[in-house]
Ligand binder design. Sequence first.
Ligand SMILES: [Zn+2]
Length: 466
Amino acid sequence: MNFCTRIGLLAGLLISTFALTSHGQLAVRGADERFKADILVVVAHPDDEGAVTPYLARAIYDLHKRVAVVYGTHGSSGANNYGREHAAGLGDIREMEARESCARMGIKNVWFLDGKDTASQNVLNSLANWGHGPNLEKLVELIRLTRPDVIITSLPGVFIGENHGDHQAAGVLATEAFDLAGNPVVFPSQLAGASAHREIYLENLQAWQVKKIYYFPDANDEKQFSGTGPAYSIKEVSPSQKKPYWRIALDAATTHLTQYPADIERIQKMSDAEVEKMMSDPDGAWWTEPETLVFGKSYSSSKATDDVFVNLEGEPNQCQALSAKVPLPAAGTTVKLGGPWGYYRYFREAHCLGALRVAEPAEIAAMAGAQVYVPLTIVHAGNKALKLQLKVEAPKGWKVTSGEGEIALPAEATSEMRVEVETPALPASELKANGPQEIIVHASVDGTPAGDIKLRVQLRSHALPQ
Ligand SMILES: [Zn+2]
């Protein structure tokens, strides 16, 4: 009998709903307990898990929690800093590095979505290039399989920092899946049991409501998030492992050779005392002490700073249904920051994330010498055609190259456009000294003021494209 025939014959048995107990009684099979997780970590790239491994070490080794990880992409468009392989070949290697890193922490249940590594700061680019729909469906399925109480994922929002669109996309998908996985009419074929003999397409999973979702940012200034969720010491010594949580996390991170081989090789040559000294230096440490998990929301009532595993049960909160709507035509025309900022305004409303920290005014990092875009969304009063006047205030030495002046907009509900500003290619020494600088767009409609749109921009020698 060849292998394929054996699989074919087994199929009839595998989809059977019943099992015989030791007393010969028929019993319905339960969910596979090998895949039950307490925490599901949803991240974009291999090595992103490293942002929360100090907390995961605590959860796994000392709280005896089960952790599973889902990666959104294989990280295949980055540079290979170790070997010759690139593109899909590099993605294959990074999958193995990620699996080995997780295995070092005792995490065996690891899956990869089909997202394509997308180098930009715009979450909408990542969602488009990943294939938002199929990957959301897959993530909902993995939640129904792993049945986690808690999701930990990247922060969906725009901040000065790496601000990777893929990181944000992981957070967006995880938030959407939090709201959908418990709903029995969402992707129902995942939940349906076999209704006929040899019905092989239905998955027989269970609808599952995750109880809490926490985020971690890739912003430069992590201090701004202190107090927005529970904080855990990374320096505390694990009672079971007899070493600090950061040390367990560091040892797990050293599998990512294609990403930061020089750091790994340097650390491997250091004595324990030298590594400890490096990790206590704020400039050299890989993690901030303490590590704050930014509270997203809880299905039942729970305070932001409550411990992760407190208040998992109880009556559901009021705000759980999808509630964002396309705005009604405003009494007057409004002009607001659009693009990812506009999207996130609706996203936070739709997913009951009103308390999530937002940079105010809006901010972003950009490469010195590159264009900065200020995307605008114009909501027309009464869907009427109008004349928009834009005047731009930019820092000295910056040049407005497009979008200023009077623009005729057609009769429609909303219009999208952007102002483009060329930034100066300043030397690194000057960039270090400068803080964020502000672009202000003064908007008027048919001569009446319609809003001042602000964007703070931190110029740097390197940043992802906006
Ligand atoms: Zn990443």
